[in-house]
Design a protein around this ligand. Structure first.
Ligand code: SAH
Length: 489
């Protein structure tokens, strides 16, 4: 059947793409249809067609999938921040876990990978339930198997984000509005309560809006590059309860700002209030300079027993509860006993490095962004950790250089690269340094599978894989993998 633009058709959704669009197949032709869920039968309207695949929009759900739920957020479809709001949380976890597993099979060719059940991660396999029971294999007696452990999901997948950014605008009646950009545009949809963010966001936004309306403080207009208030950045320390508000402004000051500070300080936990100056015509949110109106310029939070100071510009994991599980698993896989020398590549502000330093003799961190390393050093000092050292630079340059220079050994190497994965040269150096264990933390299953295959063709074997859900209702998934050096028998 030939389908033309705007034609309607009915199709069953069988799979989901990496960015959360449902996939339906018709006579070998593939349709990507947003806002659908695996198992739905939908009526869709053709939008754009290529030779072997096309994009269609959801017109109506003819038969809902058993895992379809009513999105809790009223603007789930327009906002685009959550791609999986119509999928039950349980199903999201299964979807994410399957994606990682299938990437490891398809790209990584890890045929010895065995999915194990919930109860006893290392021993129990097969029938014990857990995701996709049909796909469970019986555990072979052989030692060369690698185990794929059940994903670590969230106990409560709502209000887990410790950071939020809201743009300001003005409606037709001249009233200040704030909310979210409609998916891929810069049109603001008024919506003041994101269900992934903390409850306090609402009150903070109300205070700022009231203040702007009362004192006629303008919102920034992107097209004209005029007006004052661009965005607000809000952060909360989940353990400490400390709150930080940073108003990003197209100017150097805000009239009557003392009144704003006084109102914000009525909110329990308010620890830091600042302005960030961004007078550029850009869609980068933050500018370089920050002026502190109240407080020390940072909030404090903990992951595990490590303390971190977080300033408005610092990178910090947005889901602290799951981050603790992720780092805990990385630490467990590193198998430290106190005497090891460890490298933490792509270390950001050194969060994993400090976690590892609790149990290692020495940790070296490498990161490309100099400001992140400033934070890393400060946080090491704050925690009185003297056994960590940080290098600014590309992992693929710093690691070989330091290794050539001083033959610094490595018992364990941890990597946590961006989505494009590790550079070849970085992997080659790891192979030369021959650490006993490599722990790979990854935010992209495809490049993870590619890099693991490269290492496993050169003296390593896959031992354990475990996913961690850091972004409920979104498509991203983190994985932690343990590789160990092959010893010829
Ligand atoms: N491990 C950190 C951050 C991981 S995100 C944490 O858990 O918080 C990946 C980091 O890699 C980013 O901080 C990014 O700036 C850094 N990065 C990107 N390319 C790099 C490279 N070639 N060498 C070193 N670091 C790099």
């Amino acid at each position: 059947m030939e389908i033309k633009k705007n034609d309607r058709f009915v199709v069953k959704i069988q799979d989901m793409s990496e960015d959360g669009a449902g996939i339906g197949k018709m006579d070998g032709y593939i349709w990507f249809i947003k806002d659908t869920v695996i198992g739905d039968v939908v009526e869709a309207g053709a939008m754009k067609m290529k030779k072997s695949y096309g994009f269609a929009r959801l017109i109506r759900v003819v038969e809902p999938s058993a895992s379809r739920v009513e999105p809790r957020c009223p603007v789930a479809r327009q906002c685009g921040g959550c791609q999986l709001q119509a999928m039950s949380y349980e199903e999201q976890l299964r979807f994410k876990e399957n994606r990682v597993y299938h990437n490891l099979l398809r790209i990584g060719k890890f045929e010895n990978l065995v999915r194990v059940g919930e109860k006893n991660g290392t021993e129990e396999a097969g029938e014990s339930g857990g995701p996709e029971a049909g796909e469970f294999h019986t555990v072979p007696g052989a030692e060369d198997r690698a185990v794929f452990l059940p994903i670590m999901g969230m106990e409560n997948p709502w209000r887990y984000r410790n950071k939020a950014q809201f743009p300001f605008g003005t409606d037709r009646d001249g009233k200040i509005i704030t909310g979210f950009y409609a998916g891929r545009t810069h049109t603001i949809i008024p919506q003041e309560d994101c269900l992934l963010g903390v409850e306090e966001n609402r009150e903070i936004l109300r205070v700022i809006k009231d203040f702007m309306n009362r004192y006629q403080i303008s919102s920034y207009d992107e097209e004209r590059h005029s007006g004052l208030v661009r965005h607000v950045l809000i952060r909360k320390g989940f353990r400490t309860g400390e709150l930080m508000v940073c108003l990003v402004i197209n100017g150097k000051k805000v009239p009557e700002s003392g009144k704003l500070t006084a109102e914000l300080l009525k909110i329990p936990g308010m620890t830091g209030i600042s302005f960030n100056i961004n007078q550029e015509k850009t869609n980068v949110i933050m500018g370089r300079e920050t002026i502190h109106l109240y407080g020390p310029g940072y909030i404090t939070d903990y992951i595990g027993s490590i303390r971190y100071q977080i300033s408005p510009q610092s990178f910090y994991q947005v889901n602290p509860v799951q981050t603790e599980k992720l780092y805990g698993t990385a630490l467990e896989y590193a198998g430290l006993t106190g005497g090891e020398t460890v490298w933490d590549l792509y270390c950001g502000i050194g969060t994993i490095s400090l976690f590892l330093a609790q149990k290692a003799k020495k940790v070296f961190g490498v990161e490309i962004v100099p400001q992140a390393i400033d934070d890393a050093r400060r946080n090491a000092e704050l925690n009185g950790m003297e056994n960590v050292e940080f290098f600014v630079g590309k992992a693929e340059e710093v690691l070989p250089r330091e290794y050539e220079k001083s033959q610094i050994p490595a018992d364990v190497i941890v990597v946590d690269p961006p989505r494009k994965g590790c550079d070849r040269q970085c992997l080659d150096t790891i192979i030369r340094m021959a650490p006993e264990r490599v722990v790979y933390v990854s935010c992209d299953p495809g490049t993870l599978a590619r890099d693991l295959r490269y290492l496993c063709d050169r003296g390593y074997e896959l031992k354990k894989v475990r996913c961690c859900d850091m972004f409920g209702w979104g498509v991203h998934v983190e994985s932690i993998v343990l590789l160990s050096k092959l010893h010829t028998k």
